[in-house]
Design a protein around this ligand. Sequence first.
Ligand code: MN
Ligand code: MG
Length: 623
Amino acid sequence: MPILRLIATSDLHMHVRPYDYFEDREDESVGLAALAPLITQARTEHACCLLVDNGDFLQGAPLGDVAAQDFAEGARRINPVIAAMNAIGYDAATLGNHEFNYGLDYLDHALGQARFPILSANLKRTDGSAYVPATTMITRSLAGGSDGDAALRIGLIGLLPPQILQWDRSHLDGRVVVEDILAAARREAVALREKGADLVIALCHSGITGGTYREGQENAAGHLGAVPGIDAIIAGHQHLRFPGSREFEDLPGIDNSRGSLHGVPAIMPGSFGAALGLLDLTLARDGDVWSVTRHAATIRRPAPAGERVPRDCPARKAILAATEEDHARTLTQMHAHIGETGTAIDSHFALLGDNSAMALVAKAQREAAQGLVEGMGLSDLPLLSAAAPFKAGGRGGPGYFTRIAPGALTLRDLANLYLYPNTVSVVRVTGAQLREWLERSSGIFRQIDPDGPPDQLLLRHNFPSYHFDVIFGLDYEIDLSAPARHDRDGALVAPRARRITRLVHDGAEIRPEQEFLVATNNYRAGGGGTFFGGAPAPVIAQSTQMVREVVTDYVRARGYVAPRWTRNWRFAPLSHPDGSPVEVIFETGARGEGREPADMPLTPLGPTEQGFLAYRLRLSDVT
Ligand code: MN
Ligand code: MG
């Protein structure tokens, strides 16, 4: 029986070279070049292969920031990730949400250099014309049929989350529109069949969730299996691996061991070039009609360090050669000295109130915001600043933390502190909205039952720490005995619950109608994370400057910073019925050892199976 093998990557995020720019060392566990030997090998195992990428390739690792900065300064070199993808010979790719982060001019420049089609079926210009092709048709000759070789026409559809319109509003407003993922897939599947496609494959830059489908929803890949006429699905966006990740256990219609969504073969190949997805479709032909009779979904990863693997293949060499100059430029930039810090900047205990990883960002952001609102007649309103610890473990794993020692600050350190190419925004909110903002952020904590079993876990594993905004300029308390008002995606699920029990500005409890300005970023202001009930926040000023540049300028202007943090929020004390304080389990990265905030009632418990470091935390009046 003939087999079509789909070889898939997703969410490369500019991880092209096996290099960790934050740690400044080779890292053979990430990057397209690290996958190149696996791709070469996979191509030899079956005669008929397609190499596809599922989007979010253009932004992420510092290599991409440097390329974007060069572009902004007028340079028109080939984009390094496109150069790498050309070098290894992708057959097709789809646009992800992060492709829009640096604006459409930058994207257009990159698209123009790709020697393979880059698709998107649910993205259109506002005049209704296509932005990029919705679909493509690839013909492959299949050997092994009962009547010899046959031509197989493979139709591919590209899909992305409609939420790009909020997340990159400043770049996209009035220029593009986005349609619901399932609606576009349904239409294009029919159109491809009419054009003679034997198989239809969805490159869906969207994740897998259960539940009932809501039109326009961000993560739609799971529901795509129920759309007629789709033979295989590449999923992504969640940076997870499917099949196999525990996040996908027990979702209706989703087979997490064989890799299928409502019976349709599917795969999600992780992120950062740390995993490769192989979806083998065994095909049968009845007259002119091809069908998939069975499939195998497997994830392969680069061999761990120390293991001998034949790395040198022509594809790897070609990727490295094509990106050598960009790599060198990136290293030079990352090593540039921009100032000194007198204090450590560390995110290991950021979720317990150590704000050192956010304080510098919040300060620089506030200063930039002050400049933006000058002359707007708003000087009566308090100006606050919101910042989240971007690297704080969770899904990123036990090594995913920011850790900057006192001493020299380089761009590498600031990139490690502020990962995203966000720009500065200022929003005008009421006291009620501020309270809701903090309620949404505090959803990172589980509800703790004082009558429940001992050692309840504090953190919700799946809640990204970039949604844990700390608002500087306020003082507040979080009551963990109350349920979270919002779910992970920001939907209001417990409308009567209140966790923020004390919310003080300038010594007085905040009134619901009181008004404030908050310095934040364009992602949050555009509605990212659904912090404002699904609506975009009332933005009153928007900078074109990136937050990271603002922080860099702030440090450069002073030469020396010492972001001393004061803890501006704490957990409300929680007692068992007998009056003794409740204790919970907190997990952080192993390198957090010795960085514990001095006044925190923490007891170390040792490493966990996943490589985190566990602590017991007493929820007494000092936490
Ligand atoms: Mn991504
Ligand atoms: Mg994405």
